[in-house]
Design a protein around this ligand. Sequence first.
Ligand code: DAH
Length: 339
Amino acid sequence: MKDRLEKIVQGALSQIESSEQLDKLNEIKIAYLGKKGELTSVLKSMKDVAAEDRPKVGQMVNDARAAIEKEMEKKKAFFERKLREEKIKSETIDVTLPGNVRRMGHKHPNSIALDDVENIFIGMGYQVIEGPEVEYDYYNFEALNIPANHPAKDEQDTFYITEDIVLRTQTSSVQVHEMEKGNLPIRMIAPGRVFRSDEVDATHSPSFNQIEGLVIDESATFADLKGTLAEFAKKMFGEATKVRFRPHHFPFTEPSAEMDVSCFKCGGSGCRFCKGEGWIEILGCGMVHPRVLEMRDIDSEKYQGFAFGIGLERIALLKYEIDDMRLLYENDVRFLEQF
Ligand code: DAH
């Protein structure tokens, strides 16, 4: 019996020794230790062993089993180590390979233009304020001295949500909110989206952006308005930029004006860009109408103010020489990548 066991152990060990794969080990395990394995068959034949010898023989079988299992574990660990080493070798990283190129986002031309405008006015001591896009008729019209029968209120231009709630048609509504807070003096700009029921074309869109400006204090004059906006134009379009003011009418300012800048493409001599005019209109402005101040309980004898409204898209189109406003809304990446 002892010899038989020894032979089995020897056979198993030499097979383990010469095995070259993890799979092979499994086969050996089944062949020796499995249900129908060699060692198991020895155990089965225990009934033929004399009762007093059984513990001894049992012990020998157990030892044989332990010896085989031990060698198997060793070999298994060896294979696993080898596999791991091969894996590590095949996975080495070549640090000299070029990295994956990540696509960078781009700022929209509107955002770049708005950043520029904001920075210029912040530099002059203005606060940047925001107001609601959905607005009471009162803030969008009434409080800005635009009475009920005014053509600007024509349903063609305004999106009505209810009879007295609209999508704001102008950021001038933020003037009213700011005056209502009652903190004077005021020196603010209010950028934001506005809405008008216009057909889409190269110069119109039902939703576009404006930047409102409002200054109220005891000594604000039309000269301050001109100086401020002339400075803005120079910073925005270049030091050589000249400005001119043409009389205009807005219900909430008196007097009112539109401001043109000298064409920064031809310098004023006239070109395709300025349609031969030498000047390009960029904003509306004026001295805040006393009625607008009085409606907010601001003493119009003591306080004066000026206001202005800039079309953001117009500035972006001019600055980047884009000739169709629709390009600003389509967000075609090939277009946006240029900025
Ligand atoms: N709200 C005017 C518009 O949408 C623009 C404007 C003109 C704003 C003159 C002003 C201003 O503050 O003083 O056409």
